[in-house]
Write a protein that binds this ligand. Structure first.
Ligand code: HEM
Length: 496
């Protein structure tokens, strides 16, 4: 895919592959990085595990799907209290596993990573980090804005009812048996949720009275005690590959009209958090890093072109590997993969010359050379708008306050609109964009071809991503930066 930048795919890639280490995403923390999958939101002695809650949440969210009319599916509608407390079906959504899952993942979503993608990835993370197989992952799920019609199977229903319910969800009887087995390798049934099925517990290590489906309730394996229909799954490889398939289909069961991405493959050479920043006095810097997948180039050189498309041998500087920055994608069944990070060169560019395009020459550790230029296209930048290093985030009375200062090119004429887009959540926890217009400065001197615009405002925000957008002559130009990359953008470390 030669469309760069693509912040949506970049973010999905980070969520899935920057699992442990630098830039590490937070879902794996819920598994304590797979080292001890017994970890539970409310401490160790409840006899419960996040892994079980996260997988069960994904299934119950999906189980409302109706293949006939395309309604329901994995769309985060399980977050609505109404869906968790269905009066017509007191058993199906019993227990606190859904609230627990949302308590963990709330705030980890953003404009590129919906709550529904988050639920799907939480299930994948639980299975992959707790001994299970790698599950193909796609992104692009859309969050429901209201509860779905009921549809989760209930424990007291007959086998026929279960078969017809799974058929409505898009699974055959055999797939139903498989999916339940794959799900019930984790966790158990809680006394607090099902007092008629499970007796109370006086075990101080199991205060919720969780009666486990098997003895390895925090480990993904084919041990599911007392299940005679499962002889095929006695072969652990068959169990793993069947579960990988069924669980992928489960999380990809989405409402009609929702288009998912292709299965994500790691971006092998990934420029991250790239932006031009105005550092004052007519000088700009090109900030960013490159994540290199599982190799250790001996040298990476950045080359660039000026705004007018010209280049010169002096438009060249080495990237510096930051040896503190490594990530492990924790891919099951793969040998240890180490991803390394290289920082863009700290070069001052003159704003009248500027930068319009860059690419890299890579010397690999085996002596071979490679040019990274998106297959000849090059990484293209806009320089119409950039933030300045007076941009900062502060806290006032416990709330986030964002101060934005943007340098906007003067030679293209007067912008019809300049506005900031910042991540917020709505009252149901769904990611939402706050859009704030910046009014034109009163007397605006032009410095080296740029005019400075600014605004300060409060945010009810997760503060994940920020954008300044400029409309000029029917065109929109945007610069993006993220709070997650604070130390990539030291400008943001300036507290206001
Ligand atoms: C006929 C279908 C199903 C029925 C009747 C059923 C029933 C149940 C019940 C009664 C519990 C106990 C819940 C609690 O005490 O909190 C449970 C737990 C669980 N279920 Fe299912 N289930 C079904 C299918 C599935 C599927 C397809 C999956 C996932 C692929 C799944 C994953 C889980 C997990 C992970 C737990 C453990 C939760 C924990 O320990 O906190 N279930 N199930």
């Amino acid at each position: 895919l030669n469309t760069w930048p693509n912040p949506f795919l970049d973010e999905l890639d980070s969520q899935l592959y920057d699992r442990q280490g630098y830039n590490g995403r937070n879902l794996p923390v819920g598994m304590l990085f797979g080292q001890d999958c017994s970890s539970f939101l409310f401490g160790p002695n409840a006899g419960r595990a996040n892994a079980a809650d996260w997988l069960r949440t994904a299934y119950h969210d999906m189980a409302t799907h109706n293949t006939m009319d395309g309604t329901g599916g994995l769309d985060a509608s399980i977050r609505f209290q109404a869906e968790q407390e269905r009066p017509e079906a007191p058993f199906q959504n019993a227990g606190d596993g859904f609230q627990n899952t949302f308590a963990f993942i709330a705030g980890l979503s953003n404009r590129y990573f919906s709550l529904a993608d988050n639920i799907a990835l939480a299930a994948v993370t639980a299975v992959e980090l707790c001994g299970g197989p790698k599950i193909p992952f796609r992104g692009g799920r859309v969050d429901a804005i209201e509860p779905n019609t009921p549809g989760v199977p209930e424990p007291q229903q007959s086998l026929e009812e279960h078969v017809s319910s799974f058929s409505r969800q898009g699974f055959t009887q055999e797939e139903m048996i498989g999916l339940i087995a794959c799900g019930h390798t984790f966790g158990g049934v809680q006394h607090v949720a099902f007092p008629d099925i499970v007796p109370p517990s006086d075990d101080p290590q199991n205060t919720s009275g969780n009666s486990r489906f098997d003895t390895t309730f925090t480990h993904f394996d084919n041990r599911i005690d007392n299940n005679v229909t499962m002889s095929k799954f006695a072969n652990p490889d068959v169990f793993r590959s069947t579960c990988a398939n069924l669980l992928a289909r489960m999380i990809d069961t989405v409402p009609g009209g929702v288009a998912l991405t292709n299965v994500l493959e790691p971006i092998k050479f990934k420029p991250v958090a790239v932006s031009l920043v105005w550092v004052g006095g007519g000088n700009i810097k090109l900030r960013g890093e490159v994540r290199v997948w599982n190799s250790a180039p001996s040298e990476i050189t950045m080359k660039w072109k000026a705004r007018d498309g010209s280049s010169s041998p002096s438009f060249s500087a080495p990237l510096v590997q930051n040896t503190d920055h490594t990530t492990d994608p924790l891919i099951p069944d793969s040998p240890t993969i180490t991803n390394r990070w290289y920082e863009f060169p700290d070069v001052l560019h003159n704003s009248t010359q500027s930068v319009s395009e860059f690419w890299f020459e890579v010397k690999n550790d085996d002596g071979s050379n490679k040019v990274e230029n998106l297959g000849g296209v090059g990484y293209h930048l806009q320089d119409v708008v950039m933030i300045t290093n007076n941009t900062c985030v502060g806290i006032d009375d416990g709330s986030l306050v964002l101060t934005v200062e943007a340098a906007i090119r003067a030679d293209l004429g007067q912008p019809s609109r300049v506005y900031v887009k910042a991540d917020e959540t709505d009252q149901t926890g769904r990611p939402n964009l706050k859009i704030v217009d910046i009014t034109a400065p009163l007397n605006r001197p032009t410095i080296a071809g740029y005019t400075l615009w600014g605004a300060t405002f409060g945010l009810n925000a997760t503060g994940a991503f920020y954008t300044v957008a400029v409309d000029i002559d029917g065109q929109t130009y945007e610069t993006n930066w993220s709070a997650g990359s604070l130390d990539l953008n030291p400008v943001l470390l300036n507290s206001c």
